[in-house]
Design a protein around this ligand. Structure first.
Ligand SMILES: [Zn+2]
Length: 75
């Protein structure tokens, strides 16, 4: 018998808003993404192994930066 296990990351778009990008300086939609990492067994995600992380991606230049969870309140 053998086990297939590993970690799986999943990105979920939680919202977007118009804002000024810190990278390109343009005013464009900023998409907020929540990334969760789960332990999986036989390709079935079972439980999260770390706290969710948040990223903001600029739709103009495509660059991402880390974001604090508190920024969700402003979306
Ligand atoms: Zn940008």
């Amino acid at each position: 018998m053998f086990l297939i296990f590993g970690l799986r990351s999943k990105d979920t778009i939680v919202g977007s808003r118009l804002g000024v990008c810190e990278v390109c300086g343009a005013t464009a939609a900023q998409t907020m993404v929540r990334r969760t990492t789960k332990f999986s067994l036989f390709f079935v995600p079972l439980f999260p192994v770390r706290a969710a992380r948040y990223f903001v991606t600029c739709t103009n230049c495509g660059r991402s930066r880390g974001a604090a969870r508190e920024e969700l309140a402003a979306v």
